[in-house]
Design a protein around this ligand. Sequence first.
Ligand SMILES: [Zn+2]
Length: 168
Amino acid sequence: MIPLEEDVLEFIAWVIGGDEAVRVIRVLGEKEMSDEEIARKANLKEDVARRALYNLYQGLLVRMRRERDEETGRYKFFWSLNLDQVEAIVRDWKRKILKKLEAMLEHEQNNQFFFCGTPGCRRYTFDEAYEHMFRCPRCGRPLEFYDNSKEIKALKAKIKQIKAELEA
Ligand SMILES: [Zn+2]
């Protein structure tokens, strides 16, 4: 089984179908399960679980197979994670995050930052600090040059990690 990036997957499930979808995703595996089994394991009412499953199915995160019960003539539904799709979604997501991080790194590298040192206040670029005459508009303390080498280092490490994961 491919290593799943659980938090990415759960986040996307949440976007698609809210908390119920996250609970469904958590109990679903590669193996097929019926609605009833999923509802029981996720501790959801069956109609709620079914709605979440349907949303996830629409969002392509889960696969569905139906089987006719010979005795009752009714259809039973079986669900499983759509692993190919899940992997594609996670990769796509990582590419987006990578782009964002690269833009952030560029912003860090191309600017000088000024900071008042007060927790909760934000950093300002030179232009912004200049506009405020080097006084923090939030707390009034002087804005001083801020060494952002820590932020740059952290961003570079994260970028390197995601690139390695994408190449794997
Ligand atoms: Zn401040």
